[in-house]
Design a protein around this ligand. Sequence first.
Ligand code: FES
Ligand SMILES: [Fe+2]
Length: 400
Amino acid sequence: MDDGFQSQFQGETDGLQTRVPVGELLTEAHFDAERERIFRRSWLYIGRESDVPEKGSHMVRDLPFLKTSLLIVRGEDGQVRCFHNLCTHRGNKLVRGGAGCSRYLTCGFHGWTFETDGTLGTITDEHQFRDLDRSKLNLPQVHTECWEGLVFINLEKEPSVNLAEWLGEMYGQYEGYFDRLVCATRMRVVVNCNWNLAVNSFIEGYHTKYIHHNSVPDYQGGRVNPQRHRPWMELFERHHRYSAPANPDHKYTAAEAIAWNWGKRCIPSFDGDMTGMPPGVNPGRVDNWAFDIVQFFPNIVMAVSNHRLMEMQFWPIDVNHTEFIGTVYLYPPKDLGERISQEFVRSRARQVVFEDLNTLEAQHQMLSSGQLTHLQLSQQEIAVQHHFKVAGDMLGNRGE
Ligand code: FES
Ligand SMILES: [Fe+2]
């Protein structure tokens, strides 16, 4: 039955499949191909410029599935760079973990030091080395570009496109957005499921009525849109985004009444306050806007709203395991009332995310049985269709 609320679709739909084959998806061979042809060839978001705020600030990002650890450093010149976290003497891991701030990066094995721009500094007992070529012993650099305070890296020797080309139309549409919000909480969970399934679960709203019927039973849809069709769905060359529909008839719960009395409405953005929002936020300027879901292919999903950003990173560990890093960013609280209000947002976000993750493990378990040959995808799951199209293109599944 057609409930009368039509989604607006934007973008190219050629090549999308409503039945996506999954016979190979959970195999080691497919995962190896994804690692080499997708993750080693994509611009990957790995952190914020604000994670390395001072000259000499650095942080480590271990990526074991790519067989490396990365070191993100803000140099003395203020520029953010990324290196393989590797001492060029005998290959020790230069910084063991976490984050810090120092004038030089010093290897704990034999004491070599490196400048914050990656240049080799001191070689201890240097005269004992006979034929060193210092020019070849700087830290191995990784292509790094920053966009709106977000740091992206690319592990290709020479990336085929730059970050602006990679992000396409979205590149100019989020000016100032990410800087408006500050980190409020972060959660890290290892999920027993494949990374594709994890990403897919966060790029469709079809499930919200069912998985989240206890925690957030009526945030979305309502009488005007009972099946919660996405009012705006937009496909780009590699990425996509859609807007979720708020329920205009939603009545505050007792907890919400307290939270929204003391602070800004965050889940969803019922207030529709678009003051100062760049064009990428609620791009269709739809009525009853709840939030946007944006996927930065391959492994980042952001739930974008005016007072809140939920950033979700899905890092493969192996074919059957994914590290989920979820970060909630909120408007900077100006008083105790807003801090208390934000506690509600934090706890609600956690609950909803854990409902999603719990379902994923069950789905992965049953897909592993091999009994299902294809995923069946509706128009409301068009972003999932698009995810697999982009992945298929990078894997070379077409035209080979
Ligand atoms: S391995 Fe780093 S100084 Fe020797
Ligand atoms: Fe969900």
